[in-house]
Design a binder for this molecule. Structure first.
Ligand SMILES: [Zn+2]
Length: 52
């Protein structure tokens, strides 16, 4: 488990689907309900949900 400190509360779970990093615009596919963490390689924490 990665220790988290940042903008998002610890219990910020996101529903499955495609998200996009608003920083580097990399698409991330979430296959299950996931706790959103700054796991992305760019370290950015903001993700936007994308359709399709
Ligand atoms: Zn990114």
């Amino acid at each position: 488990m990665v220790a988290f400190s940042g903008f998002l509360p610890e219990r910020n779970f996101v529903m499955p689907g495609r998200m996009r990093c608003v920083h580097c615009e990399t698409d991330v596919l979430l296959e299950s309900i996931t706790r959103l963490e700054p796991y992305h390689y760019c370290g950015h924490r903001y993700f936007a949900r994308t359709s399709g």
